[in-house]
Design a protein around this ligand. Structure first.
Ligand code: PBG
Length: 341
């Protein structure tokens, strides 16, 4: 029998104890990476839980302000606001989006004056306002979203949000040419310092289900579930996603986003290598819901899978992560209970 030589290279030397592992850890998630998506509702009633998103609630403007203060205190730098529009204020054209008194504008003003140090992102798309739930205005025969008519409305909406105090407007609609139109409208309105976080590669994903429940855009009354495949990206297409995202950069986006995050880590990596802009990834409602659901059954450890899911998104190349776990993670980081960070 020949002697097997002892291995000279022993990768396990770097994994021997917690201190060594900590020293060689390549990726860390910190509170400053996180942006918390928050849902705001009309009235001053108590928070309303979102059934499929444990721990997530629709908040009155006053509760939203309190939540923003708490997040800021925990080191979270940004929040993304999503209004829940009452069904009575929705119509096919989403006209509420341009109403000067609309909920999201009141929410932006309140948060900006109470917590000026928090970076405010607002969503630019018509789905919270349209009775059919699509992100834009429909064509005359109702068969599709009218791109150019929608872009005109989105540009106006962005100016209203900027004037109210949004630091970044975040077009999530996936219409063609919207970043250029929004940039031009903001500049014409003197809002040259308002930034654009473009939902650059947003896929037609089934993982948005719980969010649509939260904002009530899941389906128009009496119709089938929404199909957004004429504007959101085909989950099968990597080259198309990259090309579309780079178009947003060329149109003047300040930051790019990939959405969803976990199932699209390859796209995050591709875009990280193709662009020098800050890159955000949105861990969407369904990604959050699935970890909670499995944890409720005792099948997964919520805290460990939460932390691993965020680490993976960061490792893939995201600089910023929009996640419904933002507050829990920021708290754990502040308490030093996140392992190996
Ligand atoms: C719509 C919008 C969606 C999300 C953010 N903005 C849903 C959709 O496209 O239908 C989803 C976020 C999530 O699932 O957490 N403009």
């Amino acid at each position: 029998m020949q002697n097997v030589p002892l291995p000279v290279v022993r990768p396990r030397r770097l994994r021997r104890n917690a201190a060594i592992r900590d020293l060689v850890q390549e990726t860390r998630v910190v509170a400053a990476d996180l942006i918390a998506p928050l849902f705001v509702k009309e009235g001053d009633g108590p928070p309303e839980p979102v059934g499929s998103m444990p721990g997530v609630q629709r908040l009155s403007v006053a509760d939203l302000v309190a939540e923003c203060r708490a997040l800021h205190g925990l080191g979270v730098r940004g929040v993304a606001l999503f209004p829940v529009t009452p069904a009575s204020a929705k119509d096919p054209a989403g006209t509420e989006a341009l109403s000067p008194g609309c909920l999201v504008l009141r929410a932006v003003r309140a948060v900006k004056s109470a917590v000026p140090g928090l970076v405010l992102f607002t969503d630019i798309a018509l789905d919270p306002y349209t009775s059919h739930g699509h992100d834009g205005i429909l064509t005359a025969d109702g068969s599709d979203v009218d791109n150019d008519a929608t872009v005109g409305v989105l540009a106006k909406m962005a100016v209203l949000h900027a004037r109210a105090g949004a630091d970044f407007v975040a077009p999530s609609d996936m219409m063609d040419g919207r970043v250029a139109a929004i940039r031009a409208a903001l500049d014409a309105a003197g809002r040259t310092q308002t930034g654009i976080l473009a939902y650059a590669a947003k896929f037609a994903s089934a993982y948005y289900g719980p969010f649509r429940e939260a904002v009530g855009s899941a389906r128009a009354a009496g119709t089938t579930a929404l199909d957004k495949r004429t504007y959101q990206l085909n989950p099968a297409n990597r080259r198309e996603a990259l090309a579309d995202a780079l178009l947003d950069e060329s149109e003047g986006a300040d930051m790019l986003m990939v959405k969803p995050a976990g199932p699209y880590l390859d796209i995050i990596r591709d875009l990280r290598e193709a662009s020098s802009l800050p890159l955000a990834a949105y861990q969407v409602s369904g990604e959050y819901a699935q970890l909670h659901a499995a944890a409720e059954k005792g099948w997964l450890d919520l805290v460990k899978t939460r932390d691993e899911s965020l680490l993976a998104i960061k490792r893939a190349g995201a600089d910023l992560i929009l996640t419904y776990f933002a507050k829990d993670v920021a708290k754990a980081l502040a308490e030093g209970t996140v392992a190996g960070r």
